[in-house]
Write a protein that binds this ligand. Structure first.
Ligand code: PHE
Length: 459
């Protein structure tokens, strides 16, 4: 079959980094850092990236590039008739599943970019921001329209193909994202009182570090690097043979971590500038769509030009970050349906989009008309979110590392990461050790923690 590759190495790196840099970098990492001991958390996080995240990333790259196939095909080829082929299929459906709710939030970022641009937050009292958000997501139509628009962008890029779609979009969007992040971080750090924010983010505080910290750092590292499903494997199937896998993994991890830290430099100086307690800002959607619009207004002057610029750029940044991640999620499913069911790319992409529109609409409506449908006390959106974040992705990472560590032929592994002997691989044994033991044990701890084991022991 005629398969496209990425045209340049930079394109490959930016595409993978685009997948990694997403909402997680902005709405989780900074607040987790601040509340878990600042610099100490960052160090633990970086150790998790190096010893747990990178081995899985390199393995996913290897599996994709070696087989040059969609994720389901890749695992089928490598499992040689064994049961591991399921892992690829599960990876594909996990990505498809995540996209359904992730793109809904993508729509929210568009709506908030629009609200910022029309200066809609001028004169809004602090307490009213939560009403604005709740009214918006509870509305049956408006969030749906933004979600459809977000999917239209995603769909468009995917239908253009690997080089003129994904690669080109990454080459435009990622540099845009870097510029906005730097501009916002520099502006925020220059605010009066900003140093307290930087201190909150960076000053090491060992007293806040416990087993929970390590577990949070680990979960965040896996999610943020887009590990445990088909994204990186699919993108790597478009790498050419000379792409250095380990080096690319380093580049992607460094970019992802830098953006996450810089996001903290955008958020906390502003929070401290207005004298708000960082423990009250919330996390995730409530941080992003309730606390921050207020923080930006107050820190930069209500209704002022600077607050319009700052806030619009911030939500646009979130939009770009979410879009490049959504594109990677979409591509996992599109590559799967086109290659496994022999569809054309445009038909395959259409099928993927339609399914996402249907399930995504349910997620979106679950804050309004469908809010009475709940499973285990969660609305539909949270079911999608929690099922993927707490179960599918960690399990995915665990099984991929077991597969790569125990099932893949070691000689093949070494051949591939050394590009057939061209590159030195001094880290090889550590990598295999990590895949075989460290990662499976670490993830088992995450699960035990979710079941409340540690709370029971350490209380
Ligand atoms: N890494 C993305 C983020 O930080 C999320 C993501 C997870 C994207 C898994 C693709 C696959 O937001």
């Amino acid at each position: 079959m005629n398969r496209e590759n990425f045209g340049t190495r930079l394109g490959a790196i930016l595409a993978a980094a685009g997948s990694a840099v997403g909402l997680g970098n902005v709405w989780r990492f900074p607040i987790e850092t601040g509340q878990n001991g600042g610099a100490v958390f960052i160090i633990i996080y970086i150790l998790c990236i190096i010893f747990l995240g990178m081995p899985v990333m390199i393995s996913e790259f290897l599996i994709g590039r070696y087989t040059h196939s969609n994720t389901a095909g890749a695992y089928r080829i490598l499992s040689k008739g064994g049961q591991w082929h399921w892992l690829g299929k599960i990876g594909v459906y996990t990505g498809w599943f995540i996209l359904c709710y992730y793109a809904v939030v993508g729509g929210w970022t568009l709506h908030y970019t629009y609200l910022s641009l029309i200066n809609a937050f001028d004169d809004v009292k602090a307490a009213e921001f939560s009403n604005i958000f709740n009214d918006f997501v509870g509305n049956p139509w408006i969030p749906l329209l933004w979600f459809y628009l977000f999917m239209l962008f995603t769909h468009y890029v995917i239908t253009r193909g690997v080089q003129s779609g994904i690669e080109r979009a990454s080459k435009i969007l990622m540099p845009t994202l870097f510029i906005i992040v730097i501009f916002l971080a520099v502006s925020a750090v220059m605010l009066p009182g900003a140093s307290a924010g930087v201190e909150f983010l960076l000053s090491p505080d060992w007293s806040k570090v416990d087993s929970k910290t390590v577990i949070e750092a680990m979960g965040q590292a896996f999610f943020s690097l887009s590990l445990g499903m088909g994204c990186l494997c699919t993108y790597a199937s478009y790498f050419d043979e000379s792409t250095p896998l380990a080096k690319t993994a380093v580049h992607v991890s460094v970019i992802d971590t830098m953006i996450a830290i810089l996001a903290g430099f955008i958020i906390f100086p502003s929070v401290f500038n207005i004298g708000m307690n960082p423990n009250d800002v919330g996390v995730g959607a409530s941080l992003t769509f309730i606390s921050l619009p207020n923080v930006f207004q107050q820190a930069l002057g209500e209704g002022s030009l600077m607050s319009v610029i700052f806030s619009s750029l911030f939500y646009f940044l979130l939009f770009v970050a979410a879009l490049t991640s959504a594109i990677s999620l979409h591509e996992v499913a599109t590559a799967y349906v086109t290659e496994e069911f022999g569809m054309t790319r445009s038909k395959g992409a259409m099928l993927v989009t339609v399914v996402v529109l249907v399930f995504g609409s349910l997620c979106s409506l679950s804050f309004g008309p469908l809010s009475n449908i709940t499973i285990l006390n969660r609305n539909i959106f949270s079911v999608f979110d929690d099922l993927s974040g707490m179960i599918l992705l960690p399990l995915g990472v665990m099984f991929i590392s077991l597969f790569a560590g125990w099932r893949l032929d070691k000689e093949l592994y070494r051949e591939e990461i050394s590009n057939h002997g061209d590159l030195p691989t001094p880290y090889f044994r550590l990598l295999i050790f990590s895949l075989r033991f460290l990662i499976p044990i670490a993830i088992s701890l995450v699960f035990l923690d979710q079941l409340g084991l540690f709370k029971a022991i350490f209380k």
